[in-house]
Ligand binder design. Structure first.
Ligand code: HEC
Length: 143
């Protein structure tokens, strides 16, 4: 009696652990999908100006790598800049940029969620997924 209870207990614990790690890795798989898709989006829509390595270009395009932008702007603000562009005067790494970034009005919430997840991991030292729901919410509140 005692030993069978023990065995059932062990099996129960084992399946709990198995499920726990499987569920965790499903979330991780989704995040990795976002990163891969986001890299493609970046190549298609951003790297012409900001460059593949995110270093920017002269006085024209601000860098996205090695800047404080990932702390200065929230993912919500980034979502709106990506979707609607920006025409402002900004200072990045002590350099003034006074230029125009066109919007990407064709990008959907999912595209932007993927983009931000990719860039945050690559340049923001931030491995959190930027969830689709949050990107949707951000887009609703842009203007
Ligand atoms: C045609 C060139 C161009 C393209 C394409 C472009 N950008 Fe920009 N981006 C700019 C310029 C110019 C600025 C600065 C705008 C200003 O002075 O207000 C900027 C600013 C930004 C900023 C704010 C930087 C800061 O430090 O505040 C972010 C973030 C950004 N871009 C991300 C992106 C992403 C992501 C994409 C692709 C979806 C993209 N950009 C595509 C030219 C571009």
């Amino acid at each position: 009696m005692k030993s069978s209870t023990c065995i059932i207990g062990i099996i129960g614990m084992f399946s709990f652990l198995l499920c726990f790690s499987a569920c965790q890795s499903q979330e991780e798989i989704l995040r990795e999908q976002y990163v891969v898709e986001g890299m493609g989006q970046y190549e298609r829509h951003c790297e012409n100006c900001h460059q593949k390595d995110g270093s920017g270009l002269k006085d024209l395009y601000p860098p996205l790598a090695k800047t404080d932008v990932w702390k200065r702007l929230s993912a919500y603000q980034l979502t709106c800049i990506i979707k609607y562009g920006q025409k402002d005067t900004i200072v990045v790494n002590q350099k003034v940029y006074q230029n125009y970034m066109p919007g990407n009005t064709k990008l959907e919430a999912l595209d932007i969620a993927e983009l931000i997840t990719y860039m945050r991991e690559k340049w923001g030292d931030d491995k959190r997924i930027f969830p689709l729901d949050s990107a949707r919410l951000a887009l609703k509140n842009c203007h």
